[in-house]
Design a protein around this ligand. Structure first.
Ligand SMILES: Cc1cc2nc3c(=O)[nH]c(=O)nc-3n(C[C@H](O)[C@H](O)[C@H](O)COP(=O)(O)OP(=O)(O)OC[C@H]3O[C@@H](n4cnc5c(N)ncnc54)[C@H](O)[C@@H]3O)c2cc1C
Length: 492
């Protein structure tokens, strides 16, 4: 029986390990932290459950597929709950917009906020369906290992003007600034600036419309745990709390994986779900290939980081939806500050996560769990002392949520803490504290992203946000499908 090792139990690593084990490869999944999930880590504090990262689950079918591979049902391990509306968008001029896939309500919302843009929206919708078909259905699960694969994709990219940004394409179809923001902000969920991320990412609109927006009962951490349960039930070996220190090589082959505990083992194939820079600079740091790749990665553009304030409140808010975007007074200017100038702006847009409105089990009775997330530049662009700035920013974010939605927020706080760029670096080995790996720009997409199989080390593979198609749960689960296909062909 062939043996494979997957380093890192983020969603990409978990999905790959399930695929390999389901296909009869004896798979060992190694996770550095004390539990699986990666960016979907979680904390329990004073009876509240706080999910660290992803909260919007889209394309549930790509998850169901992982259970179906071995004749299982996702419902055995995970309860998916629909979220409606998908998002409430709220601007400083008092305009709100409830965004969903309920055709009637969506059209009513557009007619209310941007009456002149209904026809333009319909055209945008057709555009989004087209890029979804080309970019997600046809190419979202394929490895781009050589330039010829890029050439094959070129006609579709030309047809859909992939060189334009999402915001530019949306603006081509609709004129109202609120609607432009409503149809373009989604790239922020995968670490992309709507002003520079390829218009291909408009496919998220179609992905959400068809598949819906879902929540995992108990938190997104339960989805990761459910995947780990499935993997172990299939006979896979899970090692948690043991960081991989080194991947050993001989010639153009990886041979052994060595952990900090001293445990080491030989494998026929090794895949890394860790940060790209960590994989090459640390795990392969004393090889020529590791050094070469680490050097080339320093020239790449990495996504920004995030500052997330977690808080548990006394009381419940049935009127605050599960997902709210509190836009700030500036859109492009704010994005430029974060993505281009690397400054800490005075204003901010906040994504407010309120899981208890869908799932009261996330907090003790009569209490509510929230997180408020603001994108911030990564530490390479914004080298500030987060130990000093963090508490000040935490207070400003709480005050802004109070000003916009919960006036007596300060009196209701039971527990609060924040997660800042250095935490991404310390906990996940994320280069410069990036939250979403490489920026999702055209020049870092497909063939230009991390390859699912290394070009020189023949049995080294990559999976997760740094590889094609990129960040986000459906993205990394798609990358696992592409990587698994290569590994299974090579191991046969
Ligand atoms: C705050 C936040 C909110 C988000 N919201 C959403 C959302 O709503 N919807 C959505 O779809 N996406 C969202 N995303 C993006 C999404 O969470 C990520 O793109 C995705 O989870 C990344 O998965 P991954 O497979 O790349 O691995 P990661 O989650 O990065 O996990 C990698 C794992 O590898 C482990 N590892 C690294 N090095 C080693 C080593 N040497 N030895 C052993 N283990 C190692 C790490 O500990 C980690 O567990 C969000 C991200 C963040 C940060």
């Amino acid at each position: 029986m062939k043996k494979a090792c997957v380093i890192g139990a983020g969603f990409g690593g978990l999905a790959l390990a399930i695929r390999l084990q389901s296909s009869g490869i004896a798979t060992t999944l190694i996770e550095a932290r004390d539990k699986v999930g990666g960016r979907a880590y979680s904390w329990q504090r004073e009876g509240f459950t706080f999910d660290a990262g992803p909260t919007v689950v889209t394309d549930p079918e790509c998850l169901r597929e992982l259970w179906k591979l071995s004749g299982h049902d996702i419902a055995d391990d995970v309860t998916l709950m629909p979220v409606m509306p998908f998002y409430r968008l709220n601007w400083t001029d008092g305009v709100t917009f409830d965004y969903s896939n309920d055709e009637g309500s969506l059209r009513r919302e557009i007619a209310r906020v941007a009456p002149g843009d209904l026809a333009g929206y319909e055209e945008f919708e057709r555009y989004a369906a087209g890029v979804w078909q080309e970019g997600y259905v046809k190419l979202g699960h394929e490895a781009f290992l050589d330039f010829s694969s890029m050439i094959k994709a070129a006609p579709a990219m030309m047809r859909y003007q992939a060189w334009r940004s999402v915001y530019s394409m949306v603006s081509h179809y609709v004129k109202d600034e609120h609607l432009r923001q409503a149809l373009s902000f989604h790239t922020l969920l995968v670490g992309g600036n709507p002003m520079s991320t390829s218009a291909i990412y408009a496919l998220i609109h179609k992905l959400e419309k068809d598949g819906g927006v879902w929540w995992t009962k108990g938190g997104t951490n339960k989805l990761a745990q459910g995947m780990a349960n499935l993997f172990e039930r299939l006979g896979g070996t899970l090692r948690v709390g043991d960081k991989v220190r080194q991947v050993h090589t001989i010639g153009d082959q990886v041979t052994e994986v060595e952990c900090e505990s001293g445990w080491r083992e030989r494998f026929d194939a090794v895949a890394s779900n860790g940060d790209l820079m960590h994989t090459y600079a640390s795990l392969l740091g004393d090889t020529v290939r590791g050094k070469e790749m680490a050097r080339s990665l320093t020239k790449k553009s990495f996504s920004p980081s995030l500052f997330v304030v977690h808080f548990g409140l006394e009381g419940t808010w049935p009127g605050i939806p599960h997902h709210t975007i509190l836009f700030g007074p500036r859109y492009k200017g704010l994005l430029d500050d974060i993505f281009e100038h690397g400054v800490l702006p005075r204003d901010f847009s906040i994504y407010l996560h309120h899981p208890t409105v869908t799932d009261p089990s996330m907090a003790p009775p009569g209490k509510s769990t929230f997180y408020a997330l603001v994108p911030v530049a990564h530490m390479g662009k914004l080298p500030i002392d987060w130990a000093e700035v963090g508490p000040v920013l935490e207070q400003r974010v709480i005050r802004e949520v109070g000003r916009r939605l919960i006036p007596d927020i300060e009196d209701r706080i039971v527990t609060r803490f924040h997660y800042a760029p250095p935490d991404f670096e310390a906990d996940l080995g994320a280069w410069k504290g990036n939250a979403f790996s490489l920026s999702p720009i055209l020049t870092q997409s497909a063939f230009f992203r991390g390859h699912n199989r290394d070009d020189k080390l023949k049995n080294l593979y990559l999976v997760g946000a740094g590889t094609h198609p990129g960040a986000g749960i459906p993205g990394v689960v798609g990358s696992a499908k592409a990587t698994a296909k290569l590994m299974l062909e090579d191991l046969r």
